[in-house]
Design a binder for this molecule. Structure first.
Ligand code: PEP
Ligand code: MG
Length: 752
């Protein structure tokens, strides 16, 4: 039998508000709430399960289930239908609970007599706090309206500050939670170390009134706040310092688009009309965004959802008046702590921050791009940090190692300060080396180049003393836009890069998209193994329009200056030949059209797949140069995903197998007088850089911050001695060169 269940969430909320307004102790109030919900929805059962700790839910109030099961029945996340709702953070509705896969019978509750079941997560800002359930004897089909109404009620419950009190005594030790030291090992998003005090990014909005009986008034408040939000975003876009940094501007344009999104505003209005105040309407929308964010693996979509989340935070602060303190009274040594942060908000804080710690984030995220431009340490994947940190807490951030110490013991803070001092001293020493050559004790000159990807990276070029840019990752410009950049814009950007580099050479790598770098406007079939899939030059050759457009922009941006470009991920010589033919034909066409062409054009390939190392001699003669992309080469050499934390550190570049392969590549390049360089991350580590130099590499490209340490190590070594170490370890049959090299470095006090 199907019982219609027309539900007006406003009437339900009005009744709930009356209940909330009544006096009473926590449990009593919660009992009244479940009673009101059950009556309003005409269900026999209404229960609230709350999260007791990380993994356990406890039945905290019920109308309809046996009273003795309250505070007794517990479920793990993922266990039973309730646990599943908590785990997936999505509603679940069924006419026949006992026949629904995953159902778990709990005899103490007496629930076997109820058939239909509807449960929704109680969540606030993406964190699941519990589950709200209604059940009835009949095989009822809950309508979308009922699901929506229950979600709205769950939103109101989530706002109840005293929710934690219902859980009762237990091992949570909530009071202690924010006093003890807390350590977290995350990942490095940007190097550097900082000590300071926590500045929480998320608004600490306490919603005193989640329900409204005056939707018109709430709508007016919402619209006034949205108008201010739009004005703020426009103002941000107009700021002088943003105008000069092209990439930030593009990120913000996408952001502005969201602020004007009609669908978003309509959904907020619908929540208000259903009886929620404007703040809770925004939080409801934000909760949905975060749930989507958790479900999507597409990095581009996640970035866009973060932008939307960022915008919701801003709107919440405007509505609650919390913006008065945010962004204006930033303490001097503020370290921003956030679940995640959008580029706009991070730019807003700007250079007033000493560091950033994110619970989520990724190395390629917009926030990381901005943190790099601001040159502040960034730690990502700092699990639980937003739950542990309180505003003003003492915090230490080690962006080199991806470590965060919150409320550290004095001894930890003292040791950390030593590290900060040593780093500052080392920076000074590196600065003193800036104009000195990277020449080893036995007279080998190594060319040190810098890796870059944004206009904002270029100021580091003269500062770090690099010979030039050995790898300019052009895809970053594409990744931060929502549409294909126009040729004229790209040409202007490339021209600015040439201008900033001055006499120093820049090696532009053509688009390396695919794998984890997904562009929204390029249709992508779901690939079972994207790192081995349709990426980089494969895309360029299949979609020559984009490659041609980019080459044209590079030629025009060069304005007659020498142009050096290389293709990523070449696996077979033929791919290089076809791509180079494309460059030559664009060049001829540009010339025919009367455009100024570069005085010289050098075309190289990245060697990122083992196959290319065994290419016929003709290939080594045809390329103007080769650059070893060690990040990818290592991943394919060892068959170990560079993005997978479980395996990515398992294989060492200093393994004798890998070094022997590098030696072979050096020999082949020497035979054909092909210039060879190395531009993977390992080139920026002193010991690895020294090993590469000992094997014969004379050009290394790395992050700007690595130039100093690598130069200092190179100037202190004798490559002949290093070579002897490598050879003797290989003769001995040992797998890794590292221990012996470490001994040599230690014995000779070579800095690492
Ligand atoms: C590499 O693979 O080593 C490289 C430099 O390219 P990317 O890290 O951009 O893939
Ligand atoms: Mg690569």
């Amino acid at each position: 039998m199907t019982v219609p269940d027309a539900v007006d969430s406003r009437i339900l909320l009005t009744r709930l508000r009356e209940t909330l307004a009544e006096a009473g102790e926590g449990q009593e109030r919660l009992n009244r709430i479940v009673r009101v919900i059950a009556e309003s929805l005409a269900t026999e059962v209404c229960s609230v399960y709350l999260r007791r700790d990380e993994n356990v839910l406890e039945l905290c109030a019920s109308q309809g289930l046996k009273p003795e099961s309250v505070h007794l029945t517990r479920l793990r996340f993922g266990q039973g239908l309730v646990g599943r709702i908590a785990l997936t953070a999505t509603p679940l509705s069924t006419r026949d609970a006992q026949r629904t896969p995953g159902f778990r019978y709990m005899p103490e509750t007496g629930e076997e007599i109820y058939s239909s079941f509807l449960g929704v997560p109680i969540q606030r800002l993406g964190e699941v706090l519990g589950v709200l359930v209604v059940q009835s004897r009949d095989q009822r089909e809950y309508s979308d309206d009922t699901v929506y109404a229950l979600e709205v009620v769950a939103m109101v419950l989530a706002e109840m500050a005293e929710l934690g009190a219902f859980i009762g005594p237990g091992p949570m030790e909530i009071a202690e939670q924010h006093k003890r030291p807390f350590f977290v090992q995350g990942l490095s998003g940007q190097e550097g170390v900082a000590e300071g005090h926590v500045l929480l990014h998320e608004p600490q909005v306490v919603v005193s009134q989640p329900i409204t009986d005056d939707p018109l008034h709430e709508r007016a408040r919402l619209h006034a706040a949205i108008d201010r939000l739009r004005a703020e975003v426009d103002e941000m876009l107009g700021a002088d310092y943003l105008r000069t940094k092209g990439e930030h501007h593009d990120v913000l344009q996408a952001y502005r688009m969201f602020a004007r999104d009609k669908g978003w505003v309509r959904r907020l209005e619908a929540s208000i009309d259903s009886g929620l105040t404007a703040e809770v309407a925004v939080e409801k929308e934000q909760t949905a965004t975060r749930a989507r964010m958790n479900r999507t693996h597409d990095p581009y979509m996640r970035e866009r959802l973060h932008d939307l989340d960022d915008l919701s935070n801003r709107l919440l602060r405007l509505l609650s008046g919390a913006d008065q303190t945010n962004g204006r009274e930033i303490p001097e040594d503020a370290i921003l702590v956030a679940r995640n942060i959008g580029p706009g908000e991070l730019l807003d804080y700007g250079r007033r921050l000493k560091g950033v710690v994110l619970e989520e984030g990724s190395v390629g995220s917009h926030a990381a791009v901005v943190a790099r431009a601001l040159a502040i340490p960034l730690v990502i994947h700092a699990t639980r940090i937003t739950r542990e940190a309180k505003n003003g807490d003492h915090i230490l951030v080690d962006g080199d190692l991806g470590i965060v110490h919150l409320r550290p013991e004095d001894s930890v803070a003292a040791a950390f300060r030593e590290k900060i001092d040593m780093r500052a001293e080392a920076q000074q020493a590196y600065a003193a080396l800036r104009d000195k050559p990277a020449m080893t004790r036995d007279g080998a000159h190594i060319k040190l180049m810098m890796n870059a990807g944004l206009m904002a990276d270029l100021p580091s070029l003269p500062k770090c003393g690099a010979h030039g840019v050995g790898l300019f990752r052009t895809e970053l410009q594409f990744l931060i836009r929502s549409t294909v950049p126009r040729r004229a814009d790209l040409a202007a950007l490339y021209s600015r890069i040439f201008d900033s580099a001055g006499d120093r050479p820049v090696v532009f790598r053509t688009l390396d998209i695919g794998s984890d770098k997904v562009l929204p406007y390029m249709k992508r079939d779901d690939e079972p193994n994207p790192a081995l899939g349709w990426r980089a030059i494969r895309v360029g050759l299949d979609r020559p329009g984009i490659l041609r457009m980019q080459v044209q922009a590079l030629i025009r941006g060069a304005k007659g200056r020498p142009l050096t470009l290389m293709f990523p991920f070449v696996a077979e010589p033929d791919e290089f030949h076809r791509a180079r033919d494309c460059v030559l034909s664009v060049l001829a066409r540009e010339e025919a059209l009367g455009h100024t062409v570069p005085i010289s054009v050098e075309v190289g390939a990245m060697l990122e797949t083992p196959s290319l190392g065994f290419a016929p001699d003709r290939f080594f003669e045809a390329v103007d140069f080769l650059s070893i992309g060690g990040n990818d080469l290592k991943q394919f050499f060892f068959a170990a995903d560079r993005e997978n934390e479980r395996v990515r550190r398992r294989y060492d570049m200093l393994s004798s197998c890998f070094l022997s392969f590098i030696e072979y590549l050096v020999q082949r390049a020497e035979e054909h007088a092909t210039p060879l360089s190395y531009c993977g991350e390992d080139a920026g580590r002193p010991m690895e850089a020294v090993a590469l130099a000992a094997l014969g590499l004379r050009s290394l490209s790395m992050r700007a911050a690595s130039i100093g340490p690598v130069k200092a190590a190179l100037r202190a070594v004798d490559l002949g001695e290093v070579r002897e170490v490598i050879d003797s370890v290989r003769r001995s049959g040992a797998t890794s060169i590292r221990p012996s090299l470490e001994n040599l470095f230690r014995a000779q006090s070579i800095p690492v």
